[in-house]
Each structure stands twice: as C-alpha cells, then as structure tokens.
Design a binder for this molecule. Structure first.
Ligand code: IKT
Length: 355
C-alpha cells in the first residue's frame, strides 16, 4: 500500500500513543494532530518526537481527556491559551498553533488526508457520531476510525451510514482493544463453530505510569460502576475520581460493561448481543496486569461437539500496544477499502486489520 497519511483528533493517552506506534509501522505518516486548544499540521509529516516531547505530562484538558470539545468551543471562555508548561497541550509544540476550532481546522485540511482517527472520549453518546457527520457534510472522502466503547453508539453511526456512503467515507467503529482487537479475535475464534452460545471478554489493565495519560478512559470506565452513568461520570471532578479510585484501593473490577463488542458481533452475524459479556480489572497502582486479558468463545461444531476457543493476550503487552496497534491496523485496512470504493460503516468483526 502507498503511504497513508492520517490525522489524530485528541492528543490524550490514545492520541499520543497512536502517533508513537505509527512510527514503528510501515507506510503511515501522521500529518495532523489537535486537542481542544491547538492544532499541528504538516502535510509532509509531523515531527512526532518533538510533538510528544512537548506534550508529555502536559494535557490541555484533563477533564475531557484532552479532547477537542464537540462544538469546537473552549470551556475556558476563550481566555489566553498557554503555550508552555502544564495544561498547554499541543500548542506547546513548535509545530502547532492555537485555535478555537480544532476539529473544523482538521476538516479544512482533510482533502489531503487519507484517514482520521477519532481518539476522543465519547462523553456524550452522540459526540463521535456528530463529529463524523461534520466530516461527511464537509464532503470528506476518506477513512474515519474511532475507538469508542459504548454499544448504543453503533446504532447512531448506522443511522448515518447513507450519509457516509454518499460522501465516500469508510468508517471503522470500535477499533481499539475492546471493542476492537478482542471483538475481532472473537470473530476468528467463532469460526470452528456453526453456532456460538457465548462470548466472554475479560480484560486486565495495569495503568500506574499511564494513569495521567488515560484519565479520560478511566472516567469512561467509572461510568460503568453501580450508581454512575456517562452523564454523572462526566460531571465528576478529578478529586472525586481520585476518591473513587481510593475507595477501591486503586483496583476496580467491572462487570457486565456496556461495550459494543456485543452489537458488533451480532451485526457480523456471529451471535446475539445478549450472549456477549465484557468485564475486566483496572489497577491504577501497578503497571502489571491484574488479570490476563482473555476472550472465550463457546459454541457447537458442525459435528455436534461443544467447545470453547480461548484467545489470550500476553501479560507483557500493554493497553497502549493493544489499543493503538489494532486501531492503526484497522485504519490501514479501511484505507485499502476506501481506495477501491468500499464505503459505509464497518466493525472490527467485519474486517481483518493490516499489520
Ligand atoms: C479500550 O480502550 O479498548 C478499553 C479499555 C480496556 C483495554 C483492554 C486492553 C487489554 C490488554 O491490554 O490486555 C478499558 C475498558 N477502558
């Protein structure tokens, strides 16, 4: 495949690690990155080393996971953007400039960009669908990839499928680890069977050194705990999040999460959404995984046997590796499809990611 140019919306943990991982993959050139206060664009290729060094430990908005806000307006009332130090974000990079309209700025550049990765926390359910819609309405013809989590968002994207097809967009949704990599693994593991009874996804993440970078993801996870939802989690202050983490001694177990692996597997014809469960353990006080990430697919073979195929990730592989490697792999596949006119909304169980 020819060189693939891509942009990253959001430079929190996922956005920055995507830029970093892309440097280790063939044929990928990051050309734009933005957060809520700034944008860096270079169509010849960003200097990723400089951008990461300038932004490390320096998020523009902890509360929103460093994401551009949905309506492209800042919540600071437009006061001066810091160019250096804690809280500066992308504008601390010498390649960046401040902007109040980061998403629109990427849209304005997008005619020359093959793919856009939406590395944004979806802290209102329709934020990613609405952002994608803006690209379609601007006539973008290319690839969009997101790493969203919630089941109910997939339907919102499907509702916009005609719009994406008319625009010439190939959209891969839920292309991180779960949903994403592990959904794809379940789809492969299901191939031994003619009927799938159950898919169990169980993840383990150790996030001590990555905690600051991944506050947006942790906030989204907290929304799955009893007594919280996405709206109440969005309103929590950082101190309140800390208190929840402390209450659990830094180790939080999640059961029956609303993760889109269920609808994505149903959509791909593999099993009913109700037969899929997703849970896991997050340890923010250790970098060791508290449990081994495992996908178990139980089903019946054509010749009447019942069995369980198991797929495990090595404990040595980090969340950063397991979210961003697949996200870029799916992005490459989508570019290949887009170039032959294959448009619409696809899930990680419909495609194989390119290495
Ligand atoms: C995600 O970002 O895909 C979801 C997160 C879990 C990642 C699992 C990674 C497994 C591994 O590295 O072993 C979490 C639900 N925020």
């Amino acid at each position: 495949m020819d060189d693939v140019t891509f942009a990253v919306l959001g430079t929190g943990g996922i956005g920055r690690r995507t830029l970093e991982v892309s440097q280790h993959k063939d044929g990928l050139t990051p050309v734009a990155a933005c957060d809520r206060n700034g944008i860096a664009v270079d169509h010849d290729g960003l200097d990723v080393g400089e951008l990461l060094a300038a932004t490390e430990g320096n998020v523009a908005s902890e509360h929103a996971g460093n994401a551009p806000s949905g309506d492209d307006t800042r919540t600071d009332g437009g006061t001066a953007v810091k160019r250096h130090g804690e809280g500066a974000g992308v504008v601390a990079s010498e390649q960046a400039r401040p902007t109040e309209t980061p998403i629109q700025d990427v849209i304005d550049e997008s005619a020359a960009i093959d793919a856009v990765l939406l590395a944004l926390p979806n802290l209102t359910h329709d934020f990613i669908p609405r952002t994608a819609e803006r690209f379609a309405e601007a006539g973008y013809e290319g690839v969009l990839v997101d790493v969203l989590k919630r089941s109910r968002v997939i339907g919102m994207l499907d509702e916009r499928a005609d719009l994406f097809e008319e625009s010439g967009i190939t959209f891969v949704c839920g292309a991180g680890a779960t949903p994403g990599f592990l959904t794809g693994a379940a789809a492969l593991a299901a191939q031994s069977f003619v009927e799938v009874d159950e898919v169990e996804i169980w993840w383990g993440v150790g996030l001590k050194s990555g905690y600051e970078d991944n506050r947006g993801t942790v906030r989204e996870d907290i929304a799955h705990l009893d007594g919280y939802d996405i709206e109440s989690a969005r309103e929590l202050s950082d101190a309140e999040i800390e208190a929840i983490v402390d209450d659990h001694d830094g180790v939080i177990e999640f059961e029956d999460m609303e993760h889109a692996d269920d609808v994505l597997l149903e959509r791909a014809g593999i099993c009913d959404a109700a037969d899929v469960t997703v849970g896991g353990i997050l340890d923010v006080r250790s970098d060791e995984k508290p449990t081994t990430t495992t996908v178990r697919v139980t089903g019946r073979t054509f010749d009447g046997e019942r069995g369980t195929n198991t797929f495990q990730l090595d404990d040595a592989t980090s969340m950063a590796a397991n979210v961003n490697g697949p996200a870029l792999g799916y992005l490459k596949t989508a570019v290949r499809m887009n170039r032959v006119g294959d448009y619409g909304v696809f899930g990680p169980a419909d495609l194989l990611p390119v290495f």
